[in-house]
Design a protein around this ligand. Sequence first.
Ligand SMILES: [Zn+2]
Ligand SMILES: [Zn+2]
Length: 141
Amino acid sequence: MTEKTGQCLCGAVKFRATPKANEVTICHCGMCRRQMAGPFFAIECGDSFRAEDSPSLGVYSASDYGERVFCKDCGTSIAWRTRDNTFSEVSVNALNDIGDLELKQEIFVDDKPDYYSFAQQTRKLTGAEVWEEFEAAQGES
Ligand SMILES: [Zn+2]
Ligand SMILES: [Zn+2]
């Protein structure tokens, strides 16, 4: 796929990344919902995520394995990535040109509150199923 660019609301943090496919994953986990003020609309970009150096670039280590990239000035959530940056999920809503996307899967569906749901037919994974797949994928590489 072709490389995409994006930025935060105020423009202080700019990034580029190459999506693996035109497919959106929604994460319903409690950490994403708290940070994003809603479910996380993410596009997988492998190890291609690169944020430009900026004093406004914030990186929050939310867990032993992952960190969250955001803008310290305007608060925009930009990406979730593994600490070694080999895997990234970039916020679709921070891209400059969203393009033609398909809502493909929803993860941590066991953490989703009952008051909302999406109408599309998607592949749905619980948190435990996500970790099983992630560990299997890490083992392959
Ligand atoms: Zn900003
Ligand atoms: Zn999440």
